[in-house]
Design a protein around this ligand. Structure first.
Ligand code: 13P
Ligand code: ZN
Length: 271
């Protein structure tokens, strides 16, 4: 059965994504985590797997009760996921009362789910309310995005507006903007709640002086959001503050959004 799981397309894609994120330099040491809702219709055999161990959940997970989640292991190195997926990844089933998660596969040798399980599960709950096709939550320490949080105002509006100005694809890829949280202690339910609150309106939530969360209907979508935000932040860091002679102006951002027919946050522009 373990072979079947490793060969499942969702697992192959998850493993490949962890390797890509590591090679981009976004997931040093154990930095970052991913969780992905697995389609119960497509992979119904998961329901027949016995529960190997149970993890109690200290927050309310009843909105995802009964769902199957592929999750990275707490403390796992993304660098090692391709080498030993069964050690570094796990498949959980959230119990019917939302108070525990049963391990169906993976986390070999007493492993636990990521320490950011609250941010993941609460974000899944928030995104599912907005998008029934939502599936993936990713977290990484994308270097330039983190660097930008040291030198840029942290309001959602100001941060989103600067990212939109950094390259022409941004307003098309994330027309709703990005949410930004001030520095908080990671791994807590408090940061999980704050992240999920941002995920009600955005698919990207930046944690100042730490990293970024992105959500999407597929690994490609969530990964693509991370890439686009990080590319824009890289341009911001490369050009340096005060050195800007040309930019994408607000009336141009408006025309751009209209040309691509995206429903952007109009209050983030000054027109
Ligand atoms: P985990 O190893 O527990 O997933 O934590 C990594 C991390 O990035 C914390 O924010
Ligand atoms: Zn982190």
């Amino acid at each position: 059965m373990a072979m079947d799981i490793l060969e499942a397309p969702f697992m192959q894609e998850l493993i490949r994504t962890c390797g890509s994120m590591y090679r981009l330099g976004w997931n040093e040491r154990n930095g970052g985590n991913i969780s992905m809702i697995i389609d119960e219709g497509e992979f119904a055999f998961l329901g027949n797997l016995p529960i190997l161990r149970n993890f109690s959940i200290s927050f309310d997970a009843k909105d995802v009760a009964g769902r199957f989640l592929a999750v990275t292991r707490g403390g796992s190195y993304f660098r090692n996921v391709e080498i030993d997926p069964a050690h570094n990844l796990g498949i959980l089933r959230i119990s019917d009362d939302g108070k525990s998660a049963g391990l169906l596969w993976g986390f070999t040798g007493e492993g636990q789910p990521t320490s950011e399980l609250s941010a993941h599960i609460r974000s899944h709950t928030a995104r599912l309310r907005q998008d029934p096709h939502h599936q993936v939550v990713t977290h990484c320490h994308a270097t330039n995005t983190v660097a930008m949080t040291y030198i840029h105002e942290l309001s959602d509006k100001a941060f989103s507006h600067t990212l939109w100005q950094m390259e022409s694809e941004c307003i098309v890829v994330f027309p709703e903007g990005v949410g930004v949280l001030p520095w908080m202690i990671q791994g807590s339910d408090e940061i999980g709640k704050a992240t999920a609150a941002k995920m009600e309106s955005y698919r990207v939530c930046i944690w100042a002086q730490h990293g970024v969360f992105a959500a999407g209907g597929s690994l490609d979508e969530a990964f693509g959001l991370l890439e686009t935000v990080e590319k824009a932040a890289t341009i911001y860091i490369k050009i340096g503050r005060g050195g800007i002679m040309n930019t994408i102006r607000d009336h141009e951002l408006k025309s751009l959004a209209e040309a691509f027919k995206v429903n952007y946050r109009k209050d983030f522009l000054s027109l």
